[in-house]
Design a protein around this ligand. Structure first.
Ligand code: DAH
Length: 350
């Protein structure tokens, strides 16, 4: 290397530039910085030449030294910034992609019957009805006797069921798995003075078992007791209900029928929401769907709960919720509703 201090300085700057370029991270860069520009660094030490130079050379060298040092410092700062930026980009590139869909945990959903039940409740609450509950294991008296089922009437056979304890006419309190929600009518009238406006829904039990019947199913019951209520109020309420539940102007019709606890009694149908197509699987082309039973509360029932039939009248209705859910969701077999098969239940994300 030449003895000329300026040459030496230039040579140092060249190797400095090379080493700065070669430094691939902050630590390496810092080492270069210390090596050349540190207190005892190679460049810093060049300053010592000043003392040995003739005064006329000293000024020029001083200027060259300061210029070179300044330039090297700038270079260092630029390289440092570039390294920081590169490290940041690398970090970002390695980071997980936040826009990727997270793995969803399956949260479950309401059972189609629960969903239907809640919708029914909401409609009747909106009309001013209270929602009642009743036990599944019921007094035979409430399930049959007080509802005017005579002990030997064939209507009892139609609802033959699971007797839990005792038999009517013995001392033991006869209990039965309730065959319908109608006993809640008795409970409501025994505990509330008229006027009564209630609905009750829940599980009921019978011996039936086929594509559209299950030994365990669900019903909803409505009861209204007041002065001067009649069949027209019953029909208007059913009409209102169907409108609210199905959201369209569907008619309701009553057909005379027998239930021991109503007189007159009627089955009620609603117009098929799918029109009157001969191929309709829901109404089978009749244009009507059978929903349930209804009628004016029998005076014998009012007597049984000490309500004077000369002062109060009332109407009641009851129908199956499962059938309703099957209609709404085109479920082909009732058992599907109760098998808890996730592949079936997943199809009802409500
Ligand atoms: N409880 C009856 C059944 O399960 C349905 C029923 C018919 C309920 C007429 C009523 C009614 O309240 O008035 O078949």
């Amino acid at each position: 290397m030449s003895d000329d201090p300026k040459d030496q300085l230039d040579a140092l700057s060249t190797s400095f530039r090379e080493e700065v370029e070669a430094a691939l991270d902050e630590d390496a860069l810092y080492a270069v910085q210390v090596k050349y520009l540190g207190k005892k660094g190679l460049v810093s030490r060049q300053r010592a030449h000043m003392g040995k130079l003739a005064p006329e050379q000293r000024k020029a060298f001083g200027q060259a030294f300061n210029q070179t040092k300044g330039a090297l410092e700038q270079l260092l700062a630029a390289r440092r910034e570039a390294l920081t930026e590169a490290a940041r980009s690398l970090r970002l590139a390695r980071r997980e992609d936040l826009t990727m869909l997270a793995q969803r945990r399956s949260a479950g959903s309401l059972h189609p019957i629960t969903h239907t039940r809640r919708r029914l409740e909401a409609v009747f609450r909106g009309m001013g009805y209270d929602v009642l509950d009743g036990p599944h294991v019921e007094h035979q008296q409430y399930n049959f006797d007080d509802l005017n089922f005579q002990p030997d009437h064939p209507a009892r056979d139609m609802q033959d069921t699971f007797f839990v304890q005792g038999r009517a006419g013995t001392d033991v309190d006869p209990l039965v798995l309730r065959t319908h929600t109608s006993p809640v009518q008795i409970r409501a009238m025994l505990t509330r003075p008229p006027p009564v406006r209630v609905i009750a829904q829940g599980t009921v039990f019978r011996r039936d078992d086929d594509a559209t019947h299950s030994p365990m199913f669900h019903q909803i019951e409505g009861l209204c007791i007041d002065r001067g209520v009649g069949m027209a109020d019953l029909k208007a309420t059913l009409y209102r209900f169907v409108q609210a539940f199905f959201g369209s102007d569907l008619q309701v019709r009553l057909r005379p029928s027998f239930f021991p606890f109503v007189e007159p009694g009627a089955e009620f149908d609603m117009q098929c929401p799918f029109g009157r197509e001969p191929s309709c699987r829901v109404c089978k082309g009749s244009g009507w769907i059978e929903l349930g039973g209804s009628g004016m509360v029998h005076p014998a029932v009012l007597d049984a709960v000490d309500i004077d039939p000369e002062v109060y009248t009332g109407w009641a209705f009851g129908f199956g919720i499962d059938r309703m859910a099957m209609l709404l969701h085109a479920v082909p077999h009732m058992r599907l509703l109760f098998e808890s098969d996730v592949r079936f239940l997943e199809q009802f994300p409500c």
